[in-house]
Ligand binder design. Structure first.
Ligand code: ATP
Length: 356
């Protein structure tokens, strides 16, 4: 299965182009209102674009615009959408819920039941086959919903935050089930959770305000984020600007010295990003002098626990909220508290610079 997609929907300020190779799994990330659900709706056929076209292999999903009005009904697309809530038919048993799709597609009752049994086994809930959805936990219902989606043999599976409505204790199990089942299944998974992108996807697409803000292999995007949204998700600090004299200069006058990524170093004057990890930031309560360290004055905005460490977010007065991870002992010894002025000190060797 390969996908080509480009669509515009003015009412939602949506303008996105996307393609997928055979069996590829793509995670779609982005802030609230970025257009993630809109993308899924356009692919599933619950929403209609103003203009654009999409095709799954040789099957045209839509081709809309001036003089073009081709539109394939949702059920004929070979696209299965799994929403946050399982949305099972309440009056049917678990088995009949899963058998429903194959039955509608023309399978005999026995064939459909056999397919349903196989998928219930795959997701590990064979013992629940005779129950009704009202007798299932959230995690069980979601596994049944996965079986139902896959039982139709979709060319493209769309997952809309499948773990979002689940208890945190259930999510890891479901993630394991999906990781096993989605090998070679072309999938688009909308998520707020970086773990989903890392464990379930080959590639990520980040949407912001209805546009693709960045895209690429998951590890590459996380290592070299281009947007603040992705940097924060990856747990990194990001300063964007232009490259000059071994540093990134942002529009407000902030200068961050760093080491140029190899390969792909920016040239003088080129738009560039400087990225550094919170663990590479030292905090001082008195002003620091001298290179090759970056010394940035910040006002502490938030202090929050982060595992064995404490994450201190500082406002650098240039529009960035920069994170530093320090030990609880340092917080006590340095007497850090929100509102306090401190210096973040980062070695230039700990800052990676790359072109945008
Ligand atoms: N039913 C609707 N009618 C009109 N505009 C809508 C509707 N649903 C969403 N929008 C708008 O379309 C844009 C994209 O919304 P969408 O729901 O696709 O974002 P999202 O990335 O899925 O967000 P979230 O993470 O909050 O689910 C937003 O500006 C939103 O306000």
């Amino acid at each position: 299965m390969s996908l080509t997609f480009e669509a515009r929907l003015a009412q939602r300020q949506f303008d996105v182009e996307l393609s997928m190779g055979p069996g590829e799994r793509v995670a779609v990330l982005g802030p609230n209102g970025a257009g993630k659900s809109t993308l899924l709706g356009l692919l599933a056929g619950t929403l209609r674009a103003d203009a654009g076209s999409a095709a799954l292999d040789d099957r045209l999903l839509f081709d809309l615009g001036a003089g073009r009005r081709r539109w394939l009904a949702p059920h004929a697309r070979g696209v299965a959408l799994l929403a946050q809530d399982a949305l099972l038919f309440p009056h049917l048993t678990v088995l009949d819920n899963v058998a429903f799709g194959p039955r509608v597609a023309g399978a005999t009752k026995q064939q459909a039941a056999a397919t349903a049994e196989r998928w219930l086994r795959e997701v590990g809930v064979s013992d629940l086959a005779a129950r009704r959805p009202g007798q299932l936990s959230g995690g069980q219902a979601q596994r049944v919903a996965i079986a139902r989606a896959l039982a139709t043999g979709p060319r493209l599976l769309l997952l809309d935050e499948p773990m979002a409505a689940l208890d945190v204790s259930v999510a890891p199990l479901l993630r394991r089930v999906l990781r096993r089942l989605l090998v070679d299944q072309a999938t688009i998974i909308v998520t707020h959770d970086l773990l989903d992108a890392v464990l379930l996807a080959d590639r990520v697409v980040v949407l912001e305000q209805g546009r693709v803000a960045e895209a690429g292999p998951t590890d590459e995007v996380l290592r070299h984020p281009r947007t603040r949204f992705t940097a924060r998700l990856a747990g990194l600090n990001l300063v964007r600007g232009s490259f000059a004299d071994g540093a990134v200069h942002d529009a407000s006058g902030l200068v961050v010295q760093g080491t140029r990524a190899d390969p792909g170093a920016p040239s003088e004057g080129e738009p560039a990003a400087a990225v550094f990890a919170p663990s590479g930031v030292s905090i001082f309560t008195d002003p620091q002098q001298g290179s090759p360290r970056n010394n940035l004055s910040v006002t502490i905005a938030e202090i929050e626990p982060l595992g064995d460490l404490v994450r201190v977010r500082g406002d650098d007065h240039h529009g960035h909220l920069l994170a530093a991870d320090v030990t609880p002992l340092s917080v006590a010894e340095l007497d850090l508290y929100p509102g306090r002025e401190v210096t973040y000190s980062i070695k230039a060797a700990g800052v990676t610079i790359y072109p945008l």
